[in-house]
Design a protein around this ligand. Structure first.
Ligand code: ZN
Length: 271
């Protein structure tokens, strides 16, 4: 599933490709992936213009000239692909098509159909449940520390909770905990101030480095231009069971924390 760096990369690519374009018409091929219901979805989108493309947590957000927002959750296998003018066959597994006035179009394709497109009104607080953006100024050490306080849940599970900190999934939770030398099962509220500082730093560091490398392609992730990311080549622990820890050279282990595969080093993640 794409996490913050992958969604950020996709949004940046889309911003280059569709900013300023006017939506001429909309085709919904799989009604259950859009909301509100298709008739209204199509009527409200038609004629609107894309004013900006951004990201909130793991959501791609198209801000429209009308003040509405088209919020896309890619989930497992969703993709947003821009096709050139004159394309006649949509991308395989396309569920929704936005046709622009210049003849280009955006395909929302998704093999497993878990991805969703939601059109929200200007005042609709759709992101009220989404936690702090880890790369924004609001993600201060004080606020992060405050969120951790009193939590008995394993710190890795805490990091995956989108209502606390937004955008971190399994890959970057494992990588940030390794970088901060923290055991994934450690109860979140018991981290020392030093450990909280290290983790706060490593979250931002790992996410920034991953964005620079256009994300991690471990499954079939490609960005809006169809390019693979590069961060899979520099992962320290994720998916590296049995391989050497880059810090202490002992083998990386894989355990299961809250039903998710978790890769870490028993030797240098003791705290
Ligand atoms: Zn190690």
């Amino acid at each position: 599933m794409p996490e913050l760096p992958e969604v950020e990369t996709i949004a940046r690519g889309l911003a280059n490709a569709v900013d300023g374009k006017t939506i001429d018409s909309v085709t919904v091929l799989l009604p259950r992936v859009v909301s509100p219901e298709p008739k209204r979805f199509v009527a409200d989108l038609t004629g609107d213009r894309i004013a900006a493309v951004g990201r909130r947590g793991k959501f791609v957000v198209f801000s429209l000239a009308s003040g509405r927002q088209l919020v896309v959750h890619l989930r497992m296998t969703g993709r947003l692909i821009v096709q050139r003018a004159g394309a006649t066959v949509p991308e395989p597994y396309t569920n929704v098509l936005l046709h622009f006035s210049d003849g280009t179009r955006l395909c929302f394709a998704d093999v497993r159909t878990f991805g969703r497109m939601r059109l929200v009104g200007p005042e609709e607080p759709w992101a009220a449940e989404v936690g702090l953006e880890p790369l924004s100024g609001e993600f201060s050490l004080e606020r992060f520390s405050g969120l951790l306080a009193g939590r008995t849940t394993p710190v890795k599970v805490f990091l995956l909770d989108q209502r606390r900190v937004a955008g971190i999934g399994n890959i970057y939770a494992c990588e940030a905990l390794w970088e901060a030398r923290i055991r994934p099962t450690r109860p979140a509220g018991t981290l020392s101030m030093q450990a909280r500082r290290r983790l706060h730093h490593s979250i931002r560091d790992v996410l920034r480095r991953a964005i620079e490398m256009r994300g991690t392609s471990v499954d079939d992730y490609v960005d809006a231009e169809g390019l693979r990311g590069g961060f899979q080549n520099v992962l320290s622990v994720y998916g590296r069971h049995g391989k050497e820890c880059p810090r202490c050279a002992r083998p990386i282990v894989r355990t299961v924390v809250a039903q998710r595969g978790t890769w870490w080093c028993r030797d240098c993640q003791k705290r």
